[in-house]
Design a binder for this molecule. Structure first.
Ligand SMILES: Cc1cc2nc3c(=O)[nH]c(=O)nc-3n(C[C@H](O)[C@H](O)[C@H](O)COP(=O)(O)OP(=O)(O)OC[C@H]3O[C@@H](n4cnc5c(N)ncnc54)[C@H](O)[C@@H]3O)c2cc1C
Length: 404
């Protein structure tokens, strides 16, 4: 059977892989995208339980690759403020979009809307060759390219393969890349709920002793709940009837939005920090959940993955401009050096924060409140926090920089 020569083959057409394929096509790099499942259809009548807080940097990237207007046309919910507290109003942190000179701090977007918008953008982009549904079943690195085989029997010879195939990445494991892995012993319980008072386009987060609880504003006026709980407590919360669950949420949220009145069925996701020890192997680069999974308390998992995609697209575009081999070790080392340290620092910080806010050991409660009070009062420190959450701190890839 014949083999197709190509610059880059992206394995995995989730949000990160699809965004990367579009970015590479715009840089005139010959790219193929392989995805096992056709993207789920967007359902205007039903709000997907899986939602993300999409940062302004991620929205800038999605705009530049032609996907954001399509996603906005489906459904997004902008939030302009964020309020974080532990107990009572005295130890509250409040961020406003004006702090980072933006109209909003981010958007709450459903997974289905992101995927549908990205795949509509792919329909309009002839530069991406697509194989879907198809699965990468074999990948071998050679001296000048890789040999890839799909389950439909087709064969490809890309200079570089990108593993965007999720947290259980078969490509990463096949290349023998080790993981630093730490289960948190927690699950995130998610549901959409209706509250007595409006959400005020605000993302609410309370650090409860049982775990962080987020109320994220939805376009239909409800809020999306993400409650990270130790396994035993998560099991108990999942077993509650709706009245007990809404009452538990009212108490855990300090009734900031009044009583929780109604809920959808609940779902739960196991949480684990997982960091690949290398982001590159011969003829292979890792992006998104294949490279890292982090605690959801900062809502940054997908945003970090989209920044990987923007950084890798920039490194490969520079290499193509210099007529370099896109899978050369020096090219991949540049990408790994850019992203791995940043992501590892963020992942460890999220894990530390989670542990810090669960413990009532010794002076910790006092230190937490003092720390929050300090950040709230010191303008530049607060701005720095908000810049990190927006994705505009540190070395930002060109595709993810502020628009306009
Ligand atoms: C409860 C919870 C809440 C979260 N909230 C947020 C949030 O608010 N903000 C945020 O930024 N992140 C959040 N995250 C993290 C976010 O879900 C992930 O980081 C993101 O979905 C990862 O995207 P991805 O494209 O890397 O991987 P995936 O979405 O897993 O996509 C991988 C794709 O690869 C395909 N695939 C697998 N194997 C193959 C193969 N061999 N060949 C071809 N295709 C293959 C799969 O079909 C899949 O479509 C949250 C996570 C959880 C658990």
């Amino acid at each position: 059977m014949s083999e197709t020569r190509i610059d880059v083959l992206v394995a995995g057409g989730g949000v990160v892989g699809a965004a990367l394929a579009l970015a590479l096509a715009r840089a005139r790099i010959d790219v193929a995208l392989v995805e096992t499942r056709a993207p789920p259809a967007f359902d205007a009548a039903d709000v997907d339980l899986r939602v993300f807080a999409v940062s302004p940097a991620s929205a800038a990237l999605l705009s530049r690759i032609g996907a954001w207007p399509r996603i906005q046309a489906l459904r997004v919910s902008p939030y302009r403020r964020m309020r974080v507290w532990e107990r009572g109003a005295t130890d509250e942190l409040a961020f406003d979009a004006g702090l980072v000179g933006a109209a909003e701090l981010g958007h709450i977007v459903e997974d289905r809307a992101l995927r549908a918008g990205l795949w509509a953008a792919l329909d309009a982009e002839p530069g991406v060759r697509r194989a879907c549904p198809a699965r990468v079943v074999r990948c071998e690195a050679g001296a000048s390219d890789a040999r890839v085989e799909l389950d439909d029997g087709t064969r490809w010879r890309p200079r570089l393969v990108v593993a965007a195939d999720g947290a259980h990445s078969p490509l990463r494991d096949g290349a023998g890349v080790d993981l630093e892995s730490m289960p948190y012993g927690e699950r995130a319980v998610v549901a959409h709920v209706r509250t007595e008072r409006p959400h005020e386009a605000t993302a609410w987060q309370r650090f409860t002793p049982a775990g962080p609880l987020a109320f994220l504003p939805l376009a239909d006026g409800r809020v999306s709940v993400v409650w990270s709980l130790k396994d035993a407590r998560a099991t108990a919360v999942l077993a509650m009837d709706d009245d007990a669950f809404t009452a538990a949420l009212t108490a855990a949220s300090d009734a900031r939005l009044g009583r929780v009145l109604a809920t959808t069925p609940r779902a739960a996701f196991p949480l684990r920090m997982q960091l690949a020890r290398r982001y590159a192997a011969p003829r292979l680069a890792l992006v998104g959940d294949a490279a890292h999974t982090v605690h959801p308390l900062a809502g940054q998992g997908l945003n970090l993955g989209l920044l990987d995609a923007a950084a890798l697209a920039e490194v490969l575009s520079d290499a193509a401009g210099a007529r370099a081999d896109l899978g050369a070790p020096a090219v991949l080392a540049r990408y790994e050096h850019w992203r791995r340290g940043d992501v590892a620092r963020a992942a460890h910080a999220f894990g530390l924060l989670d542990g810090l806010f669960r413990s009532d050991f010794g002076p910790l409660p006092f230190l937490r409140r003092a720390g929050m009070g300090l950040v709230q009062r010191i303008g530049p420190l607060k701005r720095e926090f908000a810049l990190h959450a927006s994705g505009f701190a540190g070395r930002v890839p060109v595709l993810a920089r502020r628009l306009g």
